[in-house]
Design a protein. Structure first.
Length: 92
């Protein structure tokens, strides 16, 4: 069974990243999230996902990240992957 994650938009408010850094964060986040899913797995209730989503509204509450001012793209990516992994776990 496959899991497809499509992130339409990700807003990092107040983060001073240029477009090259932003693309690098996106690539590193994808790699880090794939690693987390591979290492930790996911809940196996994928079959009930559609039913659950139809009953619940989507939670668009922003997640808060606290990183040091000098955090590099890899650090941002790791933190984003953790947040996304937790969101996947809550969804399933």
């Amino acid at each position: 069974m496959n899991l497809w994650i499509d992130i339409e938009a990700l807003v990092l408010d107040g983060v001073p990243l240029d477009s090259v850094q932003g693309r690098r964060v996106a690539q590193l986040t994808e790699i880090a999230l794939a690693r987390l899913l591979d290492q930790r797995g996911i809940v196996t209730r994928l079959a009930s996902l559609e039913e659950k989503q139809s009953k619940e509204s989507r939670n668009t509450k922003p997640a808060n990240m606290k990183l040091p001012a000098g955090a590099n793209e890899a650090r941002w990516a790791d933190e984003l992957a953790q947040i996304l992994y937790r969101a996947v776990e809550r969804t399933l």
